[in-house]
Design a protein around this ligand. Structure first.
Ligand code: DGL
Length: 270
């Protein structure tokens, strides 16, 4: 039996689109409803209490769109607010465990680096997941709080001196540590792949949380016969400036996002 309801995806802003891109690749016939909390981004510098409050509101909005499952396409929410999922009437997917598993599978020297927002790094979730799977792994975690504003501003090219210098400064300890695998623990970070690769070199494997999470969603839908064979449309909701989101989303998704597909919602007054 198919389930024609859309997949709900949310993030604090644009970053979750890196997960949407992977879901579309994996499941091209599913409809997607995306909420980007552009009016309150960033989440990663806020208290756990506030992040949980925001996550609950974002989930409530997606439920109002009759979604069949929810993907927290946000490393910060996945790390510190995963327990809000217990209150949900639909399945919930986070991005920490899938990325950690993939990193353990890929790493050859057992030295794994994790970059994320301050809240994500402080939570220690990635490290805990990695050590559960490989107790001998060595893990370094680095918070990169300036990466999210850079991406939200549309600055992510490797030839941008400010971008490159910022990446160099944050990733220096990772180079010194000798990690062969790097988890992009914030869903905004795959957008910075180009400068990150330039700084770390081609030998370090980058783990995009969206890839493994999209696969997990696809497996779940298949196993439970909940796939939609006739969809393939995406709708986007934001809490501020639909125009700016539209232009950035078209770049990040590498496909034109129409003005009518992006709407503003008042997330505080649902
Ligand atoms: N994309 C969010 C994450 O994965 C960004 C967090 C933020 O808004 O600071 O953590």
């Amino acid at each position: 039996m198919a389930d024609m309801r859309p997949i709900g995806v949310f993030d604090s802003g644009l970053g979750g689109l890196t997960v949407v891109k992977e879901i579309i690749k994996e499941l091209p016939n599913e409809d997607i409803v995306y909420f980007g909390d552009t009016g309150r981004v960033p989440y990663g510098t806020r208290s756990v209490e506030t992040i949980k409050k925001y996550a609950r509101q974002d989930e409530k909005f997606l439920l109002s769109q009759d979604v069949k499952l929810i993907v927290a396409a946000c490393g910060t929410v996945s790390s510190v607010a995963g327990d809000t999922a217990k209150e949900l009437p639909v399945p919930f997917f986070e991005v920490v465990s899938h990325a950690s598993r993939q990193a353990v599978e890929k790493s050859k020297n057992g030295k794994i680096a994790v970059i994320g927002t301050s809240a994500t790094v402080k939570s220690g979730q990635h490290k805990a997941e990695i050590l559960k799977l490989n107790p001998k792994a060595q893990v370094i975690t680095v918070a990169c709080p300036l990466f999210v504003p850079l991406v939200e501003e549309g600055w992510y090219k490797a030839d941008d001196i400010i971008v490159l210098e910022t990446v160099k400064r944050y990733l220096k300890p990772i180079l010194d540590f000798g990690a062969d695998t790097l988890i992009l623990g914030c869903t905004h970070y795959p957008v910075l792949c180009e400068p990150i690769k330039k700084v770390l070199g081609e030998d370090v494997t980058l783990i995009n949380a969206g890839t493994a999470t999209a696969k997990a969603v696809a497996e779940y839908l298949k196993e439970n016969a909940l796939e939609n064979q006739n969809g393939g449309k995406s709708r986007f909701y934001v809490s501020d400036k639909p125009e700016f989101f539209k232009s950035q989303a078209s770049i990040l998704l590498e496909s034109e996002v129409d003005r009518s597909e992006v709407q503003k919602v008042d997330i505080n007054n649902l």
